[in-house]
Design a protein around this ligand. Structure first.
Ligand code: ATP
Length: 300
């Protein structure tokens, strides 16, 4: 069941087209990533979905509600982690949660929320004294105070060390496993690959690709390569004829094969079929980063 349905959304600012027919759906209980270069239209899209901005045309439904006409009702059922949210340095964790809880008719139990997000020991600590990871966990906990069915997370782990990032990813997975649908706006391909069930890539106001991280990688045309050494007779033309292979090079005993799609599977199967013994087999698998560059035609 789709909890978010966006169809043909357009938005212009002055003469500038920010959204040019954006359509996508987010299914119940998934982590959905919205990716794209700076200025692609991610914030505009998400804020139209949240009812914070009004699109020029197109339709949005979130949990069956129209975010513009039924915005008040909708905002009770969703949670939003603001991109550069900031709280006064002297506000204590408990006070921040109490304040946010006062906005909702039936807020979560705050003790439970603190325990879930590993903030029990920080209960009486002032915001300004929290570490980056603790601040981020607090922002997410604040987005969850109203017990939302759908939560929007933006720049989830910017500026955090690898351990803190992984800890937050695990908590977001637990959130999803508990039935909350998560929309994640991110610039980080590793984050999307690690966390998202599906993602859409937005570029210049249009969705240019959509699918699971695996589908995005394999559908992108990004290249993989493998290299190996062999002293055996090897028919390079047989390799070059494989449908996924785009290039074969041999330099002395080293062979380098590049290609798209299932090139690695096809090449290793051919080597096995012909009983070619190889050594130093190295694989350069394309990543979501490679796919992103191939799809949007540029780096971040
Ligand atoms: N309030 C506004 N007034 C005028 N132009 C705007 C406004 N908000 C966004 N834009 C323009 O619309 C385009 C899309 O912006 P948006 O903030 O949605 O992109 P984004 O993908 O979220 O970018 P970033 O990753 O940098 O946050 C950009 O060209 C931006 O300059």
């Amino acid at each position: 069941m789709a909890v978010i349905e966006v169809a043909d959304l357009t938005k212009t600012y002055g003469g500038h087209t920010a959204l040019d027919g954006v359509s996508f759906t987010v299914e119940d209980g998934e982590i959905f990533g919205l990716l794209g270069p700076n200025g692609a239209g991610k914030t505009t899209t998400v804020e139209c979905v949240e009812g914070l901005r009004r699109a020029d045309s197109g339709t949005v439904r979130v949990l069956g509600l129209d975010p513009v006409r039924q915005g008040r009702e909708l905002r009770r059922r969703i949670g939003v982690q603001l991109q550069r949210a900031h709280l006064p340095d002297t506000l204590r964790v408990r006070e921040a949660l109490d304040l946010y809880a006062s906005f909702y008719p039936s807020p979560r139990n705050l003790g439970e929320l603190l325990a879930e997000w590993g903030l029990e020991d920080q209960r009486e600590v002032m915001f300004g004294k929290l570490s980056g990871g603790q601040k981020q966990r607090l922002f997410i906990a604040l987005a969850l105070v109203g017990d939302p069915r759908v939560v929007f997370l933006d720049e989830l782990t910017t500026g955090l060390d690898p351990q803190a990032r992984r800890a937050i990813w695990e908590l977001v997975r637990q959130l999803r496993d508990g039935g909350v649908t998560v929309v994640l706006v991110s610039h980080f391909m590793d984050e999307v690959a690690a966390l998202c069930d599906r993602a859409a890539i937005l570029d210049r106001g249009r969705i240019v690709a959509e699918g699971t991280p695996g589908e995005l990688i394999y559908g992108s045309g990004a290249h993989s390569a493998l290299s190996f050494r062999t002293i055996e007779e090897l028919d390079l033309s047989a390799l070059a004829e494989l449908s996924s292979v785009t290039r074969v090079e041999r330099c002395a005993e080293t062979v380098v094969v590049s290609g798209t799609g299932s090139v690695i599977d096809e090449v290793t199967a051919l080597l096995a079929r012909n009983r070619i013994v190889v050594s130093n087999l190295r694989i350069h698998e394309r990543s979501l980063d490679d796919a992103y560059v191939a799809i949007t035609g540029r780096g971040r």
